[in-house]
Design a protein around this ligand. Structure first.
Ligand code: C2E
Ligand code: SIN
Ligand code: SIN
Ligand code: SIN
Ligand code: FE
Ligand code: FE
Length: 363
């Protein structure tokens, strides 16, 4: 390909690449582009799995995922040394590992491989181009490939950081929800279970994966307003008197007030859950006596998850109920407390519900 041909190709790809938000798709685009401009048969992008000390193909033309030991073969050498490498006759190079060819039935002739670094200079993986269609790899090929590899590295690093941030955020929110209930003997696993039951219903409704992820974290915050309820009421062994009950019911509005001013979709959802999780389908719930679909879907979902788990668990004011008694009771609340469509979904999936209870049981 002429220099001009390459420049044209790069320019036409630049806009698409700079607009791509999805890391996986971006890495495929970069690999496809590298294949075209370098005029090679295939490209693979290996990522380093530090736990297993392996390199695995995040993107690979023509083959399924490959995993190789992080210190073997050409890609292993590049990962260890942190240097790029051109091998013009693979089978005469002692560093070449012919195992992969044997498995895939492919014949490797020549290889260009470059290391991918994070901003601190740590190894993220290796970018590899195999079998130049005409001639051998040139100095310009190495430069171009390194340029594309640089884009790939930043994208990979950003996506790793985002995943870590998301995980830290998820955990902080769960810990905070738990802290709010800490003085209440409800366990950490109670809030985890309520989140997973809510997720199950959201998934069965066919809602977007992001929404399902959000409700898994938002539903556990339903009782965050109990932080504002005096211990004498919250921890009372017996039934509440009328005045105490009026105070207790305020945990819905308190939770809503704590969460409502955030612009985050997750916390907006959580604020509606705090507000609506004791509303009932027939309009006899609290705090506002909302009816049917006036109650947010998130609130309708969470009330089923919460009541089920509360009935099945020990509370200062009650012993745990059997599954049979719980289901019988919940059936009776269909169209009274609960959205009939949602409670049917919940009951139809009771096996999965019980698996979650088993996996996250109270100690
Ligand atoms: P919670 O313990 O998390 O219970 C959540 C919901 O599960 C309750 O909402 C109720 O709908 C259902 N539930 C739990 N235990 C039972 C039960 O033994 N029988 C029946 N029929 N339903 C049950 P609810 O009633 O709006 O109560 C909200 C919160 O108020 C409860 O959260 C708990 O913290 C407190 N609470 C309710 N009743 C009492 C009580 O008699 N004594 C004390 N100390 N607290 C209570
Ligand atoms: C009350 O005991 O008066 C209110 C608590 C409940 O509804 O279970
Ligand atoms: C209760 O403990 O709140 C009443 C039990 C029942 O609803 O059957
Ligand atoms: C519910 O609040 O939905 C069920 C508990 C009750 O019997 O009031
Ligand atoms: Fe509540
Ligand atoms: Fe609860």
């Amino acid at each position: 390909m002429s220099e001009l041909g390459r420049v044209k190709l790069l320019l036409s790809a630049a806009e698409r690449i700079s607009k791509e938000q999805d890391t996986d798709r971006l890495l495929v685009m970069l690999s496809d582009l590298a294949r075209e401009v370098l005029e090679v048969d295939r490209c693979s992008l290996f990522l380093l799995d530090r736990e297993r000390n392996e390199l695995w193909t995040k993107v690979a033309h023509g083959v399924d995922e490959i995993r190789v030991p992080a210190d073997r073969g050409i890609v292993g050498w590049v990962a260890q040394k942190g240097e790029s490498l051109v091998v013009n006759d693979a089978y005469s190079d002692p560093r070449f590992n012919p195992e992969v060819d044997k498995e895939t039935g492919y014949r490797t002739r020549n290889i260009l491989a470059i290391p991918l670094f994070d901003k601190k200079g740590g190894i993220l993986g290796v970018f590899q181009a195999v079998n130049k269609l005409k001639g051998s790899f040139t100095h310009e090929d190495v430069e171009l490939f390194t340029l594309l590899g640089g884009y790939a590295s930043s994208a990979i690093e950003t996506s790793i950081l985002q995943a870590k941030l998301k995980e830290a955020y998820r955990e902080a929110v769960m810990r905070l929800s738990y802290a709010a209930e800490y003085k209440d003997p409800e366990t950490y696993n109670h809030i985890v279970r309520v989140g997973l039951f809510a997720r199950l219903m959201a998934q069965e409704l066919g809602l977007d994966e992001e929404v399902c992820e959000n409700i898994t974290i938002a539903a556990p915050m339903h009782d965050i307003g109990k932080i504002g309820i005096p211990d004498a009421i919250l921890l009372k062994k017996g039934r509440l008197n009328d005045w105490e009950w009026e105070v207790m019911k305020r945990h819905t509005i308190i939770g809503y007030e704590i969460l409502k001013d955030s612009s985050s979709e997750l916390l907006q959802m959580a604020s509606l859950i705090a507000l609506d999780h004791h509303e009932k389908w027939d309009g006899t719930g609290y705090p506002y006596g909302k009816k049917g679909k006036e109650i947010s879907l998130w609130g309708r979902i969470t009330s089923i998850a919460d009541v089920f788990d509360a009935l099945m668990s020990k509370r200062p004011y009650k012993e745990p109920w059997s599954l049979e008694r719980t289901l019988e009771h919940m059936k009776g609340l269909r169209e009274k407390s609960f959205d009939p469509e949602l409670v049917d979904i919940f009951m139809d999936n009771i096996d999965r519900v019980m698996e979650i209870r088993e996996k996250y049981r109270d100690e």
